[in-house]
Design a protein around this ligand. Sequence first.
Ligand code: GLA
Length: 380
Amino acid sequence: MTVNLDISSMFAEYFSFTAEVVVHAPGRVNLIGDHTDYNDGFVLPAAINFGTDIAARNRNDDLVRVVAVDCDNEIECFELSNIQFSDTSMWSNYVRGTILSLLNVYPDLHGVDLMVKGNVPQGAGLSSSASFEIAIVKALAELNQLPINGIQAALIAQSAERDFVGCNCGIMDQLVSACGIQGHAMLLDCDSLAYEHAPIPDGLSLVIVNTNVKRTLVDSEYNLRREQCEAVASHFKVKALRDVTLEQLQSEHSVLPAVLYRRARHVISENTRTINAHSALANKDMKTMSRLMQESHHSLRDDFEVSTPELNFLVEIINKVLGNKGGVRMTGGGFGGCVVALTPTELVLSTVRAVEEHYQKEYGLEPSIYQCSAKNGAFA
Ligand code: GLA
């Protein structure tokens, strides 16, 4: 609430008139199910208490002005009739792309003044960009009373990211930022976009530890993984790996190149783990959850090869603290970023201490530790 009040007074001070709407969209953490969304599979993310705030007011012309508080109040202006990719202001491309996607569905929008402020750590794999896009959709939907639901908002935001910004992502990040529910994780079927929520049991905290390693090769390696998955899907003549079983895959072991075989084995087994993790969470079965998170991490590390030594190290030391009372794994796209630990409240302090004691000593980098909770999405 404080953050919202803050941004509306900053808006008033900057523009000398008041905002009509103030909105918020959260980032996300994925509990299990990584690199499955673009294979039409299953994911189990939660929206978190870090996000993007936007204050906005409609204009009478077709100009968009957007001020980024986090970039020293840098301002970008463009016309709705001429939205171009900016080579000089990357952050503004999220606004340009999202508004262009909205215009494809609602061509009568008019110009708008926007002020943006966010606290999702950037480049950490916690979906700062999805939270930005969903906040823009929400602001324009409220300003113009557009009949947009959470799924439509997610599709509009995803198309901005894919077709305008140029990152060929799945639907997970945008959908949970729009439709997550406080205190719950969301099992999402990325093919039908049906979802159901599972309460995160009382007494468990979401501890997220950022390796603070600068992520490299993210886009090229992400796209390569997608191509490898698509190659196996087309080998089996199906739309996506979602439709291949482990038995079918095993029967082609001698035919498929070893790397493709391992990539597909990750995706297919991760789908099963994710569905099982949803039941484990619903049944408060931490022992099973712990095992599934560990298997997921190993599969991402060995078969999908998107983990890093720093992520593996954090998982190892946190696992020692949690045993089977909690679970820990790398989260998101990988190549740096964060681990997520479902941690019993009484073990939070020892988890933090273990990370503080060992990580910096090993890698010379200070980790960031966020104690998070699951929040409502912008369209919940
Ligand atoms: C990134 C993408 C998501 C998803 C994850 C990996 O966060 O934006 O769509 O593919 O990586 O699970």
